[in-house]
Design a protein around this ligand. Structure first.
Ligand code: CAA
Length: 380
């Protein structure tokens, strides 16, 4: 067993680390405070290839493996989880879904722009009454011959306003239940498609999360992804990979908070010495580091499974379940190590603590991950 990263992996990790420190750290507090979308930063991430890392160079992507992707996700998330969710949705849900299941015309028309960051994508599955229970789609797509008519509402959509292309899951034939669900590429500007209100969020406040409304939107048949009825499997398959990205995001939030707590404990003095010299603090650091290392092994294993062509439904769910818990626990402890300073914005850990929570909710709550894991264990 070889735990060593390749030279290329190390280069990608270092490039992401430098980018995050130099380009994302300045202004991260203000963007969080104002709920400001990181337009300039996203443009730079596109130019540097972070938005289509795993897409084949044929379609303008970086042709990298999933291990490279999670290394970059961890580094970006250490500094700015609002930016990393944009990276994650564009790479794992939108680009991967299109490259794996789209046809050649769809890839040429849409993927080439999404992979370079010229355009941004969104993934639209959740609805007011279908979050975890994803088969209960209320959005309808009625087959009209050469097009579909789309009606309904999607909720909590990451990149909701900033996206150019939206992968929308909708029910075509209710009687067929999940086998009557389809996935469509919807373009911003299509008549009847309207971006609704922006959510006021606890964390990842730089990313824009919106409700979307579809009122008699005419979607050409060539914008359906895959065969008729493939939409639910498309969503499930895509989310399985997406969970590896969010697991890496959680890992990054945890390691970012740990590093801040470690560094702070070496300079802050109390009772005549740096606080890291008190076991109360040193033991916290030991726990954090151990849990983060365990989470990193799970994240890497899931990424490796995907790269090897192994099934990664379970390993991705395990990585997300565990890493998101570690993100929550570590950020709370990092605030504690900082004492009163941890509760104010300039020390960053309060933001990381708020950002951590979403990793236990989106792309399937922790309870959903347990469903996926237990079903995987008990099948056969
Ligand atoms: N790969 C392929 N097929 C899959 C699959 C997978 N990973 N998971 C399920 N399926 C298939 C099943 O095989 C089954 O097909 P057949 O009938 O042909 O056998 C079909 O899908 C239905 O499966 P289930 O009976 O298991 O469906 P279920 O209703 O019990 O739900 C679930 C399963 C795992 C709970 C699923 O509903 C789920 O993952 N829910 C959570 C949805 C979610 O993650 N939402 C997040 C929104 S996206 C987001 O957050 C993005 C963002 O902006 C950041």
């Amino acid at each position: 067993m070889d735990f060593k990263l390749t030279e290329e992996h190390l280069m990608i990790r270092d490039a992401a680390r430098d980018f995050a420190k130099n380009e994302l750290l300045p202004g991260v507090i203000e963007r969080d405070e104002k709920q400001e979308f990181p337009t300039e930063q996203v443009k730079k991430m596109g130019e540097l290839g972070f938005l289509g890392m795993m897409v084949s160079p044929e379609y303008g992507g970086g042709g990298m493996d999933t291990v490279s992707y999670v290394l970059a996700m961890e580094e970006i998330s250490k500094i700015d989880a609002s930016c990393s969710v944009i990276v994650s949705v564009n790479n794992s849900l939108v680009c991967w879904g299109l490259e794996t299941y789209g046809n050649e015309e769809q890839k040429k028309k849409y993927l080439t722009k999404l992979a370079t960051g010229e355009s941004i994508g969104a993934f639209c599955l959740s609805e007011p009454e279908a979050g975890s229970d994803a088969t209960s789609q209320r959005t309808t797509a009625i087959d009209k011959g050469d097009h579909y008519i789309l009606n309904g509402t999607k909720n909590w959509i990451t990149n909701g306003n900033s996206a150019d292309y939206y992968l929308v899951i909708a029910q075509t034939d209710r009687e067929k239940k999940h086998k009557g669900i389809n996935a469509f590429i919807v373009e911003k500007g299509m008549e009847g498609f309207e971006v609704g209100p922006k959510e006021q969020k606890l964390g990842i406040r730089g990313s824009d999360t919106h409700t979307l409304n579809f009122n008699d939107v005419k979607v050409p048949k060539e914008n359906r992804i895959g065969e008729d009825g493939f939409g639910f499997k498309f969503a499930m398959k895509t989310l399985s990979g997406g969970r590896i990205g969010i697991a890496a995001q959680a890992l990054g939030i945890a390691s970012g908070a740990y590093e801040l707590a470690r560094d702070y404990s070496k300079i802050r003095k109390a009772f005549g010495t740096e606080i890291c010299n008190h076991q109360a603090i040193a033991f916290k650091l030991a726990d954090m580091h151990t849990q983060i290392s365990a989470a990193r092994h799970l994240v890497m294993k899931a990424a490796w499974d995907k790269d090897q062509g192994n099934n990664y439904d379970m390993s991705g769910a395990m990585a997300k379940l565990y890493a998101s818990q570690v993100a929550m626990d570590t950020t709370v402890e990092a605030v504690q190590v900082h004492g009163g300073n941890g509760y104010v914005k300039e020390y960053h850990v309060e933001r990381l603590m708020r950002d951590a929570k979403i990793t236990q909710i989106y792309e399937g709550t922790s309870e959903i991950q347990k469903i996926v894991i237990s079903r995987g264990l008990l099948k056969d």
